[in-house]
Write a protein that binds this ligand. Sequence first.
Ligand code: SF4
Length: 99
Amino acid sequence: MEIVIAANCKKDPGTIVPLVDLKRCEGKGDCVNVCPENVFEVRQIESHDYEDLNLFRKLKLRAHGMQVAYTPNADACKSCGLCISACPEKAITLARRWW
Ligand code: SF4
């Protein structure tokens, strides 16, 4: 029986991209630390994203310094899954890129 090593299952860069749920993200930066492709950046939430949050999430985000993770280098993602495991808020999912 052939054993498939996880590394062989990785997709070409940009096929799968990480999506950050800003309703859950608290900008702790674990994704930045674990991603071997430097996909993530933690910075102040953009105003239009902030306005999309409900009052509870806005207050929660203020308590965390208004910091969230963005994915400026999403095209480099190789779908290793490390960010999903590392995120304490379970805010990251991987999705096939259709655009
Ligand atoms: S799946 Fe891997 S390569 Fe893609 S963003 Fe997460 S840690 Fe980076």
